[in-house]
Design a protein around this ligand. Sequence first.
Ligand code: TYD
Length: 208
Amino acid sequence: MGSNAPQSESGRFIVFEGGDGTGKSTQAARLAEHLDAVLTREPGGTPLGARIRSIVLDPDHPELDDRTEAMLMAADRAQHVAELIRPTLASGRDVVSDRHVASSLAYQGVGRGLGVDAVASVNRFAVDELVPDLTILLELPAADAHERIGGSPDRIESAGVSLAELAAEAYRTFAEQSPGTWAVIDASGTIDEVASRVRAAVDERLGR
Ligand code: TYD
């Protein structure tokens, strides 16, 4: 049973995607506040998911296999959808998630070279037919994003520039392939400027 069957009482599922340093988390929080939506993230949107996150992003485990990485992301997501996203949407409330399936397609499918189709298939099983109503891709030139990144890199960030670049390129392709459900937003400028671009895109695509 798809949760995307048109139901007037169903909340809207909006996902933010983009590379590290694009301001994704800040903008996801701003939009969630504006919509009075539930704000969440992947990996780590549930208590069990937080434990999976600590494993998958642990820089002390460089031996973690790429397929294991993809499966852990998908396991986190399955729990997230079942425990939080689907029940919230069913209650009529909107959900804003910082990352979702497209992150796995970009980072594991393309970045790690596992293949988009293979990773998509694992994720189809994980999410059980849920698809975002809108995915917002925040785009920023790599040099600008680099300036915004703080803190110590997680295991995946430590994989280096080429993984991040491959993922960024993959995101652009996904957005081009699905213009109806993706919005590409220029993430340069102030937080307020980007937030108003995001709101305009959401109103235009999902306004009701
Ligand atoms: P995130 O918490 O969004 O970190 P940041 O705010 O620094 O972007 O994501 C953590 C890392 O996990 C990030 O490097 C991207 C990676 N990731 C994947 O590789 N695949 C996935 O499916 C998800 C959800 C995240």
